[in-house]
Design a protein around this ligand. Structure first.
Ligand SMILES: Cc1cc2nc3c(=O)[nH]c(=O)nc-3n(C[C@H](O)[C@H](O)[C@H](O)COP(=O)(O)OP(=O)(O)OC[C@H]3O[C@@H](n4cnc5c(N)ncnc54)[C@H](O)[C@@H]3O)c2cc1C
Length: 393
């Protein structure tokens, strides 16, 4: 069979992972990225065992693990700093085959980009349109026009590919809360355990990164677009500066101009992720709230599954049909679950907060882990490490 060509729109985690998966299966790939560079600024990312299984299938689990930190344990605290629940990372790894890994997003993107032939990365190539002509996809972008065998729309929450081919699909919906993300300077004493502290309509979380730094995130229930004055950092100090240890010390170690803020959106479920020879993947298909830390993990699963389907079924539209069947119900269920957790996490009415915290305190750690099996227990179709080239990963 002549070498098949794929155009991937968007060079985030999902797009780069799809490109790696297809490249390893013998496809010629080009990644069209709007931005001038393939990188992300500022924040950390949690990769759960299901994501590490996907990276293993791409032959990258070992190198990505070397870039991240694995904490001993993590859990949830109440507003006074008392533990409500704790998860032992070793138990997580025993149960699901990998631990929870936290790394800087830029490091993950670099690892994915380095697994691709240099010529396949096309920064500064914003896509303006996608259509089918005579049964084949046509992609218009700043660098010209591409006519590949397959298009992967991995261009995020406000996907141009989705808008072009799913014109009736509803747009992103605001989840009702906003999020801040930041990375501290290296700390003399790094907290040994990550934690999310649940307040009333507010949360603050932290987890270790390599090099003594901590990745921190915070949320607050607010109308979309509410400005922070005089700065995001000042707003964080005002809201969280008196929270229990280690929150004040962490905030003191954050460079004030390095705070990212994003209002949080998810995507109403799409009736299909595929259209002819075009497949949506990652946030373009199923943007979800970050409450389960699964958006990028699901994008990595999508990438591995897409390549598997295209390998097993040479006919592209038929293969994409299998991809849709395997990915849509799962990702939409994970998105629903994440949204439910977000509603719980953002509760503000004191009796509801008390009930939530009591339920969390009374739930045994084993039961919490068991309940995560449908999300974390995923393994790649075709068996683990099925794309590994060198037996490693
Ligand atoms: C606060 C927060 C915390 C999170 N924490 C986690 C976590 O811990 N773990 C986890 O798994 N997930 C997490 N997520 C979710 C995760 O960030 C996303 O699910 C993931 O980044 C989606 O990757 P993607 O490649 O699908 O989309 P994106 O990362 O949005 O990438 C899309 C790419 O497409 C490019 N693009 C857009 N339009 C065009 C165009 N027209 N032409 C060309 N290129 C275009 C963009 O520049 C971008 O590079 C979090 C999200 C948020 C908001």
């Amino acid at each position: 069979m002549p070498q098949r060509a794929a155009t991937i729109v968007g060079g985030g985690i999902g797009g780069l992972a799809a490109a790696v998966a297809l490249h390893r299966r013998g496809w010629r790939v080009e990644v069209l990225e709007r931005a001038a560079r393939f990188t992300e600024i500022g924040a950390g990312i949690s990769l759960w065992p299901n994501a590490l299984h996907a990276l293993q299938a791409l032959g990258l689990a070992r190198s990505v693990r070397a870039l991240g930190a694995v904490e001993r344990a993590g859990g949830v605290r109440d507003r006074r700093g008392r533990w409500l629940s704790r998860t032992d990372n070793a138990e997580l790894a025993r149960r699901f085959g990998h631990p929870l890994l936290v790394l800087h997003r830029a490091d993950l993107l670099r690892a994915l980009a380095e697994a691709l032939p240099a010529g396949s990365l096309r920064p500064g190539s914003e896509v303006s349109g996608v259509r089918h002509e005579g049964g084949r996809p046509v992609v218009e972008h700043r660098g010209g026009v591409s006519r590949p065998d397959l298009v992967v729309g991995a261009d995020g929450l406000r996907s141009a590919v989705r808008r072009a081919l799913w014109p009736g699909a509803p747009g992103p919906r605001y989840a009702g809360y906003t999020a801040w993300r930041m990375v501290t300077e290296p700390l003399a004493e790094q907290p040994g355990e990550g934690a999310v502290t649940w307040g009333r309509g507010e949360r603050f979380g932290c987890t270790a990164l390599p090099g003594g730094r901590m990745y921190c995130f915070a949320t607050a229930s607010l109308p979309a677009g509410t400005p922070s004055a005089p700065s995001e950092y000042a707003e964080l100090l005002r809201r969280f500066g008196t929270w229990p240890d280690p929150v004040p010390a962490l905030l003191a170690a954050v460079p004030p101009d390095a705070v990212l803020r994003h209002d949080l959106y998810d995507l109403p479920p799409l009736p299909s992720f595929v259209h002819g020879r075009v497949a949506l993947l990652g946030d373009a298909a199923h943007a979800m709230t970050p409450d389960l830390g699964q958006g990028a993990c699901q994008a990595l699963e999508d990438a591995v599954t897409l390549a598997h389907c295209l390998d097993s079924t040479p006919d592209v539209p038929a293969a994409l049909g299998s991809y849709d069947v395997l990915r849509r119900p799962r990702t939409q269920a994970v998105a629903r679950r994440s949204a439910r957790l977000g509603v719980l996490g953002q509760l503000a009415w004191p009796p509801a907060v008390l009930l939530r915290n009591t339920a969390a305190r009374l739930t045994p750690a084993r039961a919490t882990l068991r309940a995560m099996t449908p999300v974390l227990g995923w393994t790649p179709p075709g068996g683990p490490a099925n794309l590994t080239e060198n037996g490693g990963g």
